[in-house]
Ligand binder design. Structure first.
Ligand code: XCC
Ligand code: SF4
Length: 624
């Protein structure tokens, strides 16, 4: 067991203050459990353990001694590739099932079974329908929406029908995928096929399995995730630039504090509506609170931040610490990245954890099942529970750290293009002129193995210094927001060229483009720029990074980024190092096949140099 000090755990003052309080209050956190779990199993770390059948479990010795094959005869390469394949399947499934839930929400609206949910951006619905070949001429918009719903559902099916948004992919990229046989077919089909391939005795060629991993991740990026993004915009509005605030200081001492956590805006948007109901406010005041304060965690927080400007309390590693403030009445969750420990941490205070999705229940939490029909009522019920909970708060145990930091958000591609005057041309001009040397998407999570947000923030600072525009999503957003990088004033920290552009447009050098499924916005933007220039995405001076990633979903995102032609940095490796074949493929072989590969670098300053080098190389290739 290794024990980390608070200074080793986080760069943040709000985090450190709550870690001290957690110690005092004897609350166990994710870092304590990591200490207990350390060191982890070397075989699992290297990807060399297999539990795919009960002839095993098997472990392959990394030392190359006689334990070189599992009972069935699978070698280390096959086992590592199979494990990676199943790992990213989990991630792609999560994003894509979330996407499907969004389609079901749209379907319920079309069928008149959706309570007070409505299509909030009809213009976008009609635009997307037209893009996918659905005519709107002389038709009721509900008819068009119905056909769009069918089209989206078919994206998941098993017929050899293309994933709809592949129409956005540059020709050259499509040819590469076709040649390698990795053009994704139905979303579910690719995920199921990976489960099939990785059963004992099916796909026993590591490279072949890895190529299918690329294919199923493409089905996530250009399929499930992109559908989740576009349908969420249709349902709840396409984000536009707005201001908000971030860090634990957004909690209010005198208010009922409610946090939303998870990913799908279908629940959190209704909580937002209920919180803003005057009747709820009156009730809260009756119970002695000054008001009701709603704030976000993780990606459902990002969704509300982008569309409604709801402030962000914290990212992944702040979710337990938010409860430690003693000021949170209730956390309402949907699914993904919600640490099961929230129930235990909540029980140390008065904080209720409310689950809403039947597929995501937590023992010890209270379940308020959300459907499209009862969304509004359930949201009101939950807000009432929070208000009732206010009386149970022990004011002596309340400690809300610091002052919130201002930030800008809401940069959907639509908003970005409209800020540029309707076309990507000014962005391309700035890139050609070298004022913006390139673009980097910094995405993903926190991981307690790494000092909280250190790599996320340092990498962003280093990149903007080098005139590289940063696009942020997911839990990175909160990190960069807390660091002040999502403010227009942060232009002062950027290189001269980028600073000039930011000042002209009044935007920060780091643009918040959304949640994790919204990485699809970055894909779409890349495709747009590549198509405008008549090149492939891999020709663009564009890179990506997930400095502190932890999840299966993040691995799927990294994989579809690479398969889409985007050179991608990871701050720590996936569990593949036990196979030389798979590791070499990921770190270089894919570059020959796909025009992009992974790079693993723990030091964010060095990582920034590597990413900048790649951008310089791509600029040269374009004759810039
Ligand atoms: Fe989860 Fe999306 Fe990672 Fe954050 S960034 S820890 S995946 S909430 Ni997606
Ligand atoms: Fe062992 Fe092969 Fe079974 Fe995996 S599939 S547990 S390597 S026998």
């Amino acid at each position: 067991m290794t024990k980390r000090t608070i200074a080793e755990k986080t760069i943040w003052e709000d985090g450190a203050q709550m870690l001290r309080k957690a110690e005092k209050d004897e609350v166990e956190t994710v870092w304590d459990r990591l200490d207990i779990q350390t060191p982890s199993c070397t075989f699992c770390d290297l990807g060399l353990s297999c539990r795919n059948c009960v002839m095993g479990p098997c472990r392959i010795s990394p030392k190359g001694d006689k334990r070189s094959r599992g009972v069935c005869g699978a070698d280390g390469d096959v086992i590592v590739a199979r494990n990676f394949g199943r790992f990213v399947s989990g991630g792609a499934a999560a994003h894509s099932d979330h996407g499907r839930d969004c389609i079901e929400a749209l379907a319920a609206i079309v069928e008149g079974k959706a309570g007070d949910y409505a299509i909030r951006d009809e213009g976008k619905m009609l635009r997307i329908a037209a893009e996918l070949g659905i005519s709107g001429d002389g038709r009721e918009s509900s008819d068009v929406a119905r056909e769009l719903v069918d089209k989206f559902f078919n994206n998941y099916a098993c017929r050899n029908e293309d994933v709809s948004f592949l129409g956005r992919v540059p020709e050259k990229r499509r040819r590469i995928w076709d040649k390698l046989g990795i053009t994704p077919r139905g979303i579910d089909r690719e995920i199921v096929e990976m489960m099939h391939r990785t059963h004992m005795g099916v796909d026993n060629d590591a490279a072949n399995t890895m190529l299918h991993a690329a294919r199923l991740c493409l089905a996530d990026g250009w399929g499930g995730s992109m559908i989740a993004t576009e349908v969420s915009d249709i349902l709840f509005g396409t984000p536009t630039p707005k201001k908000s605030r971030v860090n634990l200081g957004v909690l209010k001492k005198d208010d009922v504090n409610i946090l939303v956590h998870g990913h799908n805006p279908v629940v959190s948007e209704k909580i937002f509506a209920a919180v803003n109901d005057p009747a709820m406010l009156a009730l809260a005041q009756e119970k002695g609170a000054a008001g009701i304060n709603l704030a976000g965690l993780c990606c459902t927080g990002n969704e509300l931040l982008m569309r409604q400007g709801v402030p962000m309390a914290g990212n992944h590693l702040m979710s337990e610490l938010a409860i430690v403030t003693g000021a949170v009445e209730l956390i309402v969750v949907d699914y993904q990245c919600i640490m099961p420990s929230l129930v235990q941490v909540g029980s140390c205070y008065h904080t209720k954890i409310i689950t809403t999705a039947d597929k995501a229940r937590f023992t010890g939490a209270e379940h308020v099942a959300f459907t499209m029909e009862n969304g509004r009522q359930q949201a009101e019920k939950i807000v009432r529970m929070a208000i009732e909970g206010f009386a149970g708060r022990d004011m002596e145990r309340v400690e809300i750290p610091g002052e919130p930091v201002e930030m800008m958000t809401g940069f959907s591609n639509e908003a970005l293009l409209s800020a540029l005057g309707g076309t990507p041309a000014p962005l391309l001009e700035a890139i050609k002129a070298g004022k913006i040397r390139g673009v980097a998407g910094i995405v993903g999570c926190n991981n307690p193995k790494l000092k909280h947000d250190h790599c996320n923030v340092t990498l962003a600072r280093e990149l903007i210094k080098k005139d590289i525009l940063v696009l942020a999503t997911g839990c990175v957003t909160t990190a960069l927001g807390k660091a002040g990088l999502l403010q227009a004033e942060a232009a002062d920290q950027a290189g001269e060229g980028l600073a000039e552009i930011c000042r002209d447009l009044g935007v920060p050098p780091v643009l918040h483009v959304g949640s994790c499924v919204d990485n699809s916005r970055i894909l779409q933007l890349c495709a747009l720029l590549a198509n405008e220039l008549g090149v492939d995405i891999s020709d663009l001076p564009v890179v990506a990074s997930a400095p502190e990633w932890y999840s299966e979903k993040a691995a799927a995102i990294g994989t579809y980024a690479v398969a889409s032609g985007i050179y991608t940095h990871l701050g720590l490796p996936p569990n593949i190092l036990g196979s030389k074949t798979v590791t070499e493929l990921a770190l270089s072989g894919l570059d020959d096949l796909l025009g992009a590969c992974f790079v693993v670098e723990a030091d964010p300053v060095k990582a920034a140099e590597l990413l900048a080098e790649r951008i310089s190389m791509k600029r040269k290739g374009l004759g810039l």
